[in-house]
Unconditional design. Structure first.
Length: 351
C-alpha cells in the first residue's frame, strides 16, 4: 500500500513527549503490531511523508490473527541518505502511559516508542533543511526480527541506517549476538518408588544444564563475556512420577562467531538430550564517531537483518535496564536530547 499526500502548507511543530505518549497508548506487543502500523501510516502521511507499508506474516505458532506490517516514510521518488529505524513491537504485558515532571512511563516508553517519536521529530527537522531522510518502523524485533527481514527486501538505497535502541544516548560500538537453543530430553515413565524401572528425562536435562552453566564461554577484551541464561524449563507430570519428557530453552549472548559455542553445547548434550538451534543473530561491530560517548550493547537488535539499508549506527535515548520491566520509563530531558543528537549525527554523516 502506498500513500503520497500533498504536504500541508503549514504544520504545527511536534511535541516529542506528547507523541511518545500517543504511541505508548497504542498496544503493540509482538504479533499485534497492526494498529500501531496503521496509526503511523496515517499520521506520517498527514505530516507530508510519502508512506509505504510492507506486509509481515504471522508465524504458525503466534495464535494471533492481527495484521502485521512495516512502515516506511520518506519523499516520493527520493533516495534517502539516512534512514532512522526502530521497532513498533513491545514485550508483554502492556500498560498505558503516565507521566510526571521528569519521566514518561508505560510499555514501550524507552523500548522503543520514545525512540520512534524522537526519530520522527528529527526527520521533520532534517527534511525542513533539505536533507534526504527516511523513516523505517518494523514489526517483530522483540521475537525474531521478522519485520526487518521483510524490510531488507525493500531497501531504498540509503547510505546510512541509524537504528534506535535504548543506549542512554551513547553510540554503540558493538552489539552482542544471540543464540537460542532448545534442549529436548526423552525417558521412560515409571513410579517414583521404583526408579530402576524408568528413565528420567528431567535428570538428563538437569545434567546437561549443569554442564552448560559450567562452560567457559568466549570473552572479547573490548566487548566483554558471552553470557548464558536458562530461560524456560518444563517436563514431567508429578513429583511421584518418573518423567518421560523434559525440555529447556537457553539463550546465549554471543561476542563473536557461534561455531565454538555450538560445538561445546553439542558435546555437553551428547547421549543425553537432543539439541535444536532455533535462532541465531550474529555479533556486530559498529561505527565510531569522534566526540560522542560510547557503549557496548549487550543486547541484540535488528541491525544484522537490515544489511541493505546502509552502514549501521546504533543510538537512542533510555536505559535498557528498565526496558522489559514493570517500571519502564524514559526521562523527558533525555528524549529532547535525543532529537538534537539524531539531527547532529545525521548532519555529520551526510555533510
Amino acid at each position: 500500500m502506498n500513500a503520497d499526500p500533498t504536504s500541508p502548507a503549514v504544520l504545527p511543530p511536534l511535541d516529542v513527549v506528547a507523541l511518545t505518549r500517543q504511541l505508548v497508548d497504542i498496544e503493540s506487543t509482538t504479533y499485534y503490531e497492526g494498529p500501531a502500523g496503521r496509526f503511523l501510516e496515517k499520521f506520517l502521511a498527514g505530516r507530508g511523508f510519502a508512506v509505504e507499508t510492507m506486509a509481515v506474516s504471522q508465524p504458525a505458532d503466534s495464535k494471533s490473527t492481527s495484521e502485521r506490517l512495516n512502515v516506511y516514510a520518506g519523499k516520493a521518488g527520493e533516495t534517502p541518505d539516512v534512514v532512522f529505524s526502530t521497532h513498533m513491537d513491545t514485550v508483554p504485558p502492556y500498560f498505558k502511559s503516565t507521566e510526571d515532571e521528569t519521566f514518561i512511563y508505560g510499555r514501550g516508553a524507552c523500548d522503543a516508542k520514545g525512540i520512534m517519536a524522537a526519530q520522527i521529530v528529527s526527520a521533520e527537522r532534517l527534511r525542513a533543511e533539505g536533507a534526504h531522510v527516511g523513516l523505517l518502523f518494523v514489526a517483530g524485533e522483540e521475537r525474531d526480527s521478522a519485520g526487518a527481514k521483510v524490510a531488507n527486501a525493500h531497501a531504498k538505497g540509503s547510505r546510512y541506517l541509524i537504528n534506535g535502541e535504548p543506549t542512554d544516548n551513547r553510540l554503540a560500538l558493538a552489539s552482542k549476538g544471540a543464540l537460542r537453543v532448545r534442549l529436548m530430553a526423552k525417558g521412560k515413565m515409571a513410579h517414583s518408588a521404583y526408579p530402576e524401572l524408568g528413565d528420567s528425562a528431567t535428570h538428563k536435562l538437569v545434567e546437561v544444564l549443569n554442564r552448560l552453566l559450567a562452560m567457559d564461554l568466549p570473552v572479547v577484551e573490548d566487548v566483554g563475556p558471552s553470557t548464558l541464561n536458562v530461560g524456560l524449563m518444563e517436563g514431567g507430570y508429578a513429583p511421584n512420577v518418573i518423567a518421560d519428557h523434559a525440555e529447556a530453552q537457553v539463550l546465549i549472548r554471543l561476542v563473536g562467531p557461534s561455531e565454538e559455542t555450538k560445538a561445546a553445547i553439542l558435546k555437553a548434550a551428547k547421549g543425553l538430550v537432543e539439541v535444536e538451534f532455533t535462532l541465531e543473530i550474529p555479533f556486530k561491530r559498529l561505527r565510531k564517531i569522534e566526540g560522542l560517548p560510547t557503549m557496548v550493547a549487550k543486547f541484540t537488535t535488528d541491525i544484522p537483518w537490515l544489511t541493505k539499508w546502509g552502514e549501521p549506527l546504533l543510538l537512542g535515548p533510555g536505559s535498557i535496564h528498565v526496558a522489559h520491566t514493570p517500571n519502564e520509563k524514559l526521562a523527558k530531558r533525555e528524549l529532547h536530547e535525543a532529537v538534537e543528537l539524531y539531527v547532529k549525527v545525521a548532519r555529520g554523516l551526510v555533510g
